[in-house]
Design a protein around this ligand. Structure first.
Ligand SMILES: Nc1ncnc2c1ncn2[C@@H]1O[C@H](COP(=O)(O)OP(=O)(O)OP(=O)(O)O)[C@@H](O)[C@H]1O
Ligand SMILES: [Mg+2]
Length: 455
């Protein structure tokens, strides 16, 4: 029997949802806010969470992040009122499985839960099948920009030079770091990842450098730190841009000669570690505002690798989408129609590869077509794409109509220009011709909207 946790501050909703789900045959737990819900997750085996985005104490988005961080395989379905629909959409981008609008429909709720459990089951099966096999993820590369990234990966794998990977959320920074490690002479050594953003200041030293037994109250045994664990291999300092200044100072001190002491210890420990760092922050800006040490930046930025966003490489979207579609085992092999690929490629993916992957997994579970059509893709995108002309009452118009006039005009113009640029392969002259404008005007718009050219 699957267990569902309902987190909602309204007692009426809690009991209604509980009744509905119990009728469907699930075991149901309820909590009135985020912290109470997280406590239940710690105690009980929960398969899926139904989460109100609008919560007192800890906001729904923060609860979602906490759940996904600690229990990545638990699917979260977000519930929102009409006013917080944008929050629900960003929740899906952060890894929520689906969202349901209030007032809740029984059917919609039951279907969302059934689908969430189906995908959780498939993931589990996938993990089972993969155990025993080497865990190598494929890096899909089609665009010229990504081929250049691959060249950098191959070059940097040949030395121990430090690498700094920058790029937006979900562009594949961690995947690239792993790939460098796998191709390097250290491939048989460990790859240890540290999320620098998640390190509380008082634990950084012991996390990174380890501690001796009795070094502080909770130090019941000697513990190796990440630097020591990574010896002979690669240490991946993820989200380095979010590291506190005091942690930066400590790391800077150590990385010169890779020598340090454990907390509460005297022995000086020498390790052989290759450093790769990554961030989605603009480090130059953080240096300018005093949040990041310039000296540390120069030490880490020996080989810079910038991950392009999907908008800069629409050519990768189709192959990636097909790869993600096929990477869920337990499902028959699916294809995408050419038109479906075009719809995906024209879509904006602010969450980049991660968002595309989540989206393809949802489609894989929820649709049973052998070849997924453009209509299906549009349907699951939850809107009729703005790129195709729609009657004024279409969804696209609705989203524009919600904006003040000046913003709506701008937003329309941006989408319009982007659409024609993509259609012409970012050829300004042909775009200008197609829309009946001067090339200089098109250039001005590209600049105004900060559109970055694909290839
Ligand atoms: N080129 C690619 N080919 C195949 N899968 C990819 C590619 N790029 C990213 N992915 C997949 O997309 C997901 C997100 O990638 P990854 O975690 O490396 O991104 P990230 O840049 O570290 O994200 P964040 O900024 O959120 O930490 C992963 O599941 C990864 O395997
Ligand atoms: Mg990452």
């Amino acid at each position: 029997m699957a267990s569902i946790l309902v987190i909602d501050d309204e007692p009426g909703i809690r009991s209604t949802v509980k009744d509905i789900l119990e009728d469907e045959g699930y075991r149901v737990h309820t909590a009135e806010d985020g912290p109470a819900g997280l406590d239940i997750l710690k105690r009980e085996k929960i398969d899926a969470v139904i989460l109100d985005v609008w919560l007192p104490r800890m906001g729904g988005i923060d609860v979602l992040k906490a759940v996904k961080d600690a229990w990545p395989s638990v699917e979260v379905i977000v519930v929102s009122g009409h006013a917080s629909i944008e929050m629900a959409v960003s929740a899906v981008k952060l890894g929520a499985f689906d969202f349901i609008e209030k007032p809740l429909s029984i059917d919609r709720l039951a279907t969302a839960v059934r689908n969430a459990l189906a995908i959780a089951g498939l993931r589990e099966e996938n993990r089972r099948l993969k155990r025993g096999m080497p865990e190598t993820e494929t890096l899909i590369v089609r665009s010229k920009t990504m081929r250049q990234v691959v060249e950098l990966i191959e070059q940097s794998a040949q030395s121990d030079a430090r690498v700094l990977i920058t790029g937006d959320n979900g562009t594949g920074k961690e995947l690239v770091a792993r790939r460098i490690h796998e191709l390097s002479a250290r491939a048989n050594g460990p790859f240890i990842a540290v999320n620098c953003a998640a390190l509380p200041d008082n634990l950084i030293e012991s996390e990174l450098f380890g501690h001796e037994k009795g070094a502080f109250t909770d130090a019941v045994a000697r513990r190796k730190g990440k630097f020591e664990l990574a010896s002979g291999g690669t240490l991946f300092l993820d989200e380095i841009g979010d590291m506190s200044l005091s942690a930066q100072a400590k790391v800077l001190r150590v990385i010169q000669d890779m020598r340090f002491e454990r907390v509460g210890g005297e022995e000086s420990i020498q390790v052989d570690v290759r450093l790769i760092a990554a961030t989605n922050r603009d480090l130059k800006a953080r240096i300018a505002s005093g949040l990041f040490r310039e000296d540390l930046f120069f030490r880490l930025n020996v080989i810079p690798i910038r991950m392009p966003s999907l908008a800069e490489r629409p050519q990768d979207i189709g192959p990636m989408a097909e790869y993600f579609l096929g990477s869920l085992s337990g499902l028959k092999t699916r294809r995408l129609s050419e038109e479906a690929v075009a719809v995906l490629a024209a879509q904006e993916w602010p969450g980049n590869a991660r968002e595309l992957k989540n989206f393809m997994e949802r489609m894989a579970v929820m649709s049973d077509e052998d070849e997924l059509s453009a209509e299906t893709v549009r349907h699951f995108l939850g809107k009729t794409p703005c790129e195709t002309p729609q009657p004024p009452e279409g969804d696209c118009f609705q989203s524009l109509a919600a904006l003040p006039l000046a913003d709506a005009k701008n937003e329309f113009e941006r989408r319009y220009i982007l659409h024609h640029l993509r259609k012409t392969g970012y050829n300004v002259a042909r775009t200008a011709e197609a829309i009946g404008a001067y090339p200089s005007n098109v250039h001005a718009k590209i600049k105004k909207f900060g559109i970055e050219a694909g290839e």
